[in-house]
Design a binder for this molecule. Structure first.
Ligand SMILES: [Zn+2]
Length: 421
């Protein structure tokens, strides 16, 4: 799709972010909720979340930004443009972490945005369109479910009232906790005019590192289908019952599972198949199972292909169950449609990468992000940078300063391009 730019050396004297300042701001944020193993535990709407938010807000205020907080606590730090009637160009991510999370997931996207604001301020650059850096509330979904709460309400996918009443394990509600930390804002939680949205993020997978690329130009987010497959057998004794007299659901299951892996391989390299759970009932070593429950997760970034995978899978299930005389139910339990990011944003990222001569590749995101919801409402794309060993949602999560810097430079220039009239 895109040519890879192999030269890692920058070939530009363009405006750039300050690597040490970006790194220091990441390490400063990482102190809030730091864990002994070097990670972070800064879950949504806790005292620590408040401290992280306050730190970000204070930095933005020092740069002269206006701070807007909406009903679910999403924070928008707004830097005025030359013409403030124009729609804003925004960037951002989340500051909350998993209980054993790292220093970069989400935080990088917010602080890369802060770094953009700092570069613009110190160089006294005026943009035609206003620029905003956003902190979305509770992306992780670790303390309060579901994930991507802030962007979910903002985009109209979740109801504010229901979310306010959502409780954590202690029975505390989102509404009360938001009040307690002082981030239940007055701004209505819905999109204002926005020209473009970007999110910089660590990849959370191993592909960039393996391919030795510094920037992932993210073109979309995988679509997925979840299934619960139930196969019914006839329980019988493992010893006396001849093999040909059995209705054994395991026999049907084996080629069905192989079909899933084949579908992923045939539709590589982006096809995915995961069998995450298998339960046999009654679950006795010397009885043919009466019931098998199997969970299947199929993914692909192209709508046509995920549909082909889904069709072939259900046809194969029917054929194989008939062949082995096994009754079955196949239930689709969840589906997420493929997200394709906006060409205008992808192009802005691509030309910024070229400008610096960073090595890059086009890729899709395997994980969900706030950008998934944001992209339903405004033109959006993402910028990925490598993380060590592809590790994320882990205290050992790590990234190189030079890669984080490259991602922030790309973000800066992608935003500048779209902040022009
Ligand atoms: Zn994240």
């Amino acid at each position: 799709m895109f040519q890879n730019v192999v030269d890692r050396k920058q070939k530009t004297n363009a405006l750039q972010v300050k690597p040490e300042r970006l790194w220091d701001s990441l390490m400063e944020m990482a102190k809030i909720g730091a864990t002994p193993k070097g990670g972070c535990n800064r879950q949504a709407l806790t005292k620590l979340d408040k401290q992280g938010r306050d730190l970000f807000v204070n930095h933005c205020k020092a740069l002269g930004c206006e701070i807007l907080i909406d009903e679910i606590g999403n924070i928008f730090a707004r830097r005025a443009g030359i013409d403030n009637s124009l729609p804003a160009v925004i960037t951002g991510s989340h500051l909350d972490t998993q209980p054993t999370g790292g220093k970069f997931d989400g935080v990088y996207g917010v602080l890369a945005g802060l770094e953009v604001l700092r570069v613009l301020a110190e160089n006294q650059i005026e943009t035609e369109h206003p620029i905003e850096v956003v902190v979305w509330t509770n992306e992780e979904g670790a303390r309060f479910s579901p994930a991507c709460m802030g962007s979910g309400i903002w985009s109209g996918n979740l109801s504010l009232t229901e979310v306010y009443n959502t409780t954590d394990k202690e029975g505390l509600t989102v509404g009360e906790e938001l009040d307690k930390i002082g981030y239940k804002g007055k701004l209505i939680c819905k999109p204002r005019p926005i020209k473009a949205a970007f999110e910089a993020h660590i990849e959370q997978g191993p592909i960039l590192e393996k391919q030795q690329k510094q920037i992932g130009i993210v073109t979309g987010i995988q679509g997925l289908r979840w299934y619960e497959l139930t196969l019914h057998g006839k329980p019988c004794h493992a010893g006396p019952t001849p093999m040909e007299d059995r209705v054994d659901p395991i026999q049907a299951m084996l080629p069905i599972l192989q079909t899933c892996y084949d579908l992923a391989a045939e539709n590589g390299p982006w096809g995915r198949a995961t069998i995450g759970d298998i339960q046999a009932l009654p679950g006795s070593p010397n009885t043919v199972p009466e019931t098998l429950k199997i969970s299947i997760d199929l993914r692909h970034p192209k709508t046509e292909i995920i549909e082909i995978m889904a069709d072939e899978f259900s046809q194969k299930v029917e054929k194989l169950c008939l062949q082995f005389g096994v009754d079955y139910q196949l239930k689709e339990t969840w589906r997420m449609e493929v997200t394709e990011f906006a060409p205008s944003c992808i192009d802005a990222v691509f030309s910024s990468v070229e400008q610096f001569g960073y090595s890059s590749m086009a890729m899709v995101s395997g994980a969900g992000h706030d950008s998934l919801y944001v992209s339903e409402k405004v033109p959006t794309s993402m910028i990925f940078v490598p993380c060590e060993n592809g590790l994320s949602h882990n205290e050992a999560e790590n990234a190189l300063s030079e890669d984080l810097t490259a991602g922030a430079n790309v973000l800066l220039h992608a935003m500048l391009k779209l902040a022009k009239k």
